[in-house]
Design a protein around this ligand. Sequence first.
Ligand SMILES: [Fe+2]
Ligand SMILES: [Fe+2]
Length: 202
Amino acid sequence: MKQVKFVQMKDGDKEDYEFLIKHEVEHTKGTADRLIKALVELDEGLSGYKITRLGHSLQSATRAWHDGADIDWIVSALLHDIGDIYAPYNHDEYAASILRPFVREQCSWVVEKHGIFQMIYYGEHVGSNPHKRDKYIENIYFKDCSDFCEFWDQKSFDPDYDTKPIGFFIPLVREVFSRKPYDSIFIRPNEREPLITNTSTG
Ligand SMILES: [Fe+2]
Ligand SMILES: [Fe+2]
């Protein structure tokens, strides 16, 4: 069997759907590589900053790595702006949707909300409320998102920073996206891991 027999989904039988599931499982094995390719494409997007979107992503992840953050944080920092390509108006939600099945809830929440939290730095200049994030003040991840933006995101537009190349992060992306999706061992709802464990690098 190379293709399903149906032309309308409602006509598919058990054999068709078993075939498709097998196919889908094979396809998902390539997710990490497709994401890395998409990340490289970020290099062509959004100009005007002193560094490209890929450079910004790598720099955010490099800072996370230097701070001693764990793999969930590093990969989340690396991919937090991947939505810029196809979802410029809700890039944060787009990136969070990609990460959510594979990383700690803490990290996907922070990625989902980082756009709102970033407003604190420039909202006043673009006619938006810089304090929009305050509606999440009671959330257990509020401080994490605030720190993510302060120490990794808003800071990572520096062309002189010693940013690690993409090759450094590829094994980490592969590891995260080879996890069993939505596995509670990795999602760990309501659990927090520190962003910064290594204070010696500054
Ligand atoms: Fe962003
Ligand atoms: Fe960013």
